[in-house]
Design a protein around this ligand. Structure first.
Ligand code: XMP
Length: 325
């Protein structure tokens, strides 16, 4: 029978056998796969492992700091933090087309990753959080309907390491390749990953950049981060985080008229996208109690400067997608 303890032991033996005394590079994303992967590799080969976390600047509020802190302070796994916020913002400055945004973010990720691998390297191996479903499915079955890109494993979708230049091709270490997602979660839990990582809701590789419709600016990122934090706080507080598939905010570039105190406002709307789903392929909008929607709406309009209206997205998938871009 399959146990997490037996898996961990076997994975460590296998990693050591394969890697020997060579160096391994791992890109942390903050999700359960790359976190579990980092933990196993660190246990197996210690400082032959280099974990790089590329901060594109598109994560949710407090997430980058928490991730680095968790790894360094709780797991004692060093993380090379690469602050790439400005260059990612520059690369999509003025871009409003969703596909173009994704394409540019993807390219920027590859060049940042390439530079990091040279800077911290050289490396012989790249650790990837490939799971069993990715192994059995052919390359083009598990695709994002909007982009045609594979979405199951973050590093393979827009963080497409397969697209790295030839002189940067690594040999792969993929110790999770026999596991399903629920097994990764079990392993992650058994090695002490906190629930916030183990049960983390799916989050797109391009992050908040595709939840800001229209141009992405530092100011809009801050607005969305603050609104998004309120959504998460209210959902968490009521124990709904694991009841819904995803709960997030989307910022629209249009403005509408409102009134606050005795002043007219003319500001942006925020869309709440809170959905239930089994696998992300189909989804339905969550029938949340009005009282929760009310609190979220009031808090966002009162606390987030630049937002004067909150709307609830009541579109299922299909015909809508989960994300807005
Ligand atoms: P859609 O918007 O296509 O999203 O209904 C389906 C699921 O995939 C997530 N998603 C992504 N995940 N990289 C990812 O790793 C991406 O580029 C990406 N785009 C969408 C989305 O959040 C949902 O869970």
């Amino acid at each position: 029978t399959w146990t997490t303890a037996a898996f961990v032991e076997e994975a460590i033996r296998e990693i050591r056998g394969k890697v020997g005394d060579k160096r391994v590079l791992l890109a942390l994303s903050g999700g359960v796969d790359s976190s579990t992967l980092a933990f196993l590799l660190h246990k197996a080969i210690g400082d032959q492992l280099t974990c790089v976390f590329i901060d594109q600047g598109f994560m949710r509020k407090y997430e980058p700091e928490r991730l680095v802190k968790l790894f360094q302070e709780q797991f004692h796994i060093p993380v090379e933090y690469v602050n790439a916020r400005d260059r990612f913002l520059d690369t999509i400055a003025g871009v409003t087309d969703p596909e173009e945004k994704r394409r540019r973010i993807g390219h920027e990720f590859i060049s940042t990753f390439e530079e990091a691998s040279k800077h911290f390297g050289p490396f012989d191996y790249l650790a990837q959080g490939t799971l069993y479903p990715d192994v059995i499915e052919s390359a083009d079955t598990n695709v994002d309907p909007q982009t045609g890109e594979r979405v199951a494993v973050k590093i393979k979708s827009h963080h497409n390491v397969g697209g790295l230049p030839k002189d940067l091709r690594f040999k792969l270490v993929e110790p999770l390749r026999k596991l399903f997602k629920d097994e990764v979660r079990k392993v992650g839990r058994s090695i002490g990953l906190p629930e916030e990582i183990v049960q983390r809701q799916p989050f797109p590789g391009p992050g908040l950049a595709i939840r800001i419709i229209g141009e992405v600016t530092a100011e809009r990122l801050n607005i969305l981060r603050d609104a998004d934090l309120i959504v998460r706080q209210e959902i968490n507080q009521r124990g709904l985080y694991n009841e819904v598939w995803q709960a997030f905010a989307v910022l629209l570039p249009i403005r509408s008229v409102g009134v606050m105190g005795d002043k007219r406002t003319y500001a942006h709307p925020v869309v709440l996208r809170i959905i239930t789903s089994e696998d992300g392929m189909t989804a339905d909008w969550a029938r949340l109690p009005y009282e929760i929607l009310e609190v979220i709406s009031n808090r966002i309009v009162n606390e987030v400067k630049g937002v004067n209206r909150v709307v609830y997205d009541i579109t299922s998938k299909p015909p809508g997608t989960i994300e807005w871009e």
